[in-house]
Design a protein around this ligand. Structure first.
Ligand code: URA
Length: 233
């Protein structure tokens, strides 16, 4: 169960205050009854919510930015762990899924959507979509590593595609890669005798993680952000 105002503002009907106003004016109904109080809790997977007689789930495609918390898996279903879809119940009936995966202990930017064509294009290795990570690591980052990361590093049975490292200060760095194989950043650091202690994705193509989003929070992408993502099509 989730507060009605929270659900509607997540679905882009306005800020919490604007949504409160919509509800006060009698524009919102739940299961056929006009409601006047936006604090009420509803179950978006069961209750029928309408704004001005329009089903709130009328949108064909949704595009959401999530700040994934640690402990949550990047999947649509999981027998043991909470999933990124479980975090956003108002979208659960719309067939949303994450664009790519972050490890269970990795935090940060995940794009959630039900647009399979766009997902396919963005995740295609041919498109070289940049993903930038903030990394806290232990060990020494030697000067020669910048070149090695740019050239590609031997990991298991493959060589990583060229990446870019920027050191913030000893123990903290940004790494940009465009491939995103399983555990790629962690394995790159291991291959260079370092260890990733904390990993957070901060950028995905043109999308920058909104700093106003605490872990577990999410918001719809803006028109401009969606336009930038769709440049791959
Ligand atoms: N690289 C990793 O090692 N883990 C992630 O979650 C993402 C990239």
């Amino acid at each position: 169960m989730e507060r009605l105002d929270k659900i509607l503002s997540h679905l882009n009907y306005g800020t919490r205050k604007e949504v409160k106003d919509l509800v006060k004016k009698g524009y919102v109904s739940v299961n056929g009854n006009i409601v006047k109080n936006s604090d009420i809790k509803v179950d978006p997977s069961k209750d029928e919510i309408k704004v001005l007689e329009e089903d709130v789930n009328y949108q064909e495609f949704v595009y959401i930015m999530l700040n994934k918390p640690s402990g949550v898996v990047s999947a649509t279903e999981d027998p043991r762990y909470e999933t990124v879809v479980d975090l956003m119940p108002e979208y659960s009936k719309m067939g949303i899924f994450p664009f790519g995966r972050l490890d269970i202990d990795t935090e940060g930017l995940v794009i959630m959507s039900n647009d399979g064509t766009l997902a396919h294009a963005l995740l295609s290795p041919k498109k070289h979509v940049d993903k930038k990570y903030y990394v806290e690591y232990s060990g020494e980052f030697k000067d020669s590593y910048f070149k090695r990361i740019e050239k590609g590093i031997q990991i298991d049975d493959y060589i990583s595609k060229p990446g870019k490292a920027e050191i913030i200060c000893p123990g903290k760095a940004y790494i940009t890669i465009h491939e995103g194989k399983f555990h790629e950043v962690k394995k790159m650091f291991e291959a260079l005798n370092m260890h990733v202690d904390y990993l957070k994705r901060v950028e995905f193509k043109n999308i920058k993680l909104d700093e106003a989003l605490a872990p577990g929070d999410y918001r719809p992408l803006t028109e401009e952000e969606i336009k930038g993502l769709k440049e791959v099509l």
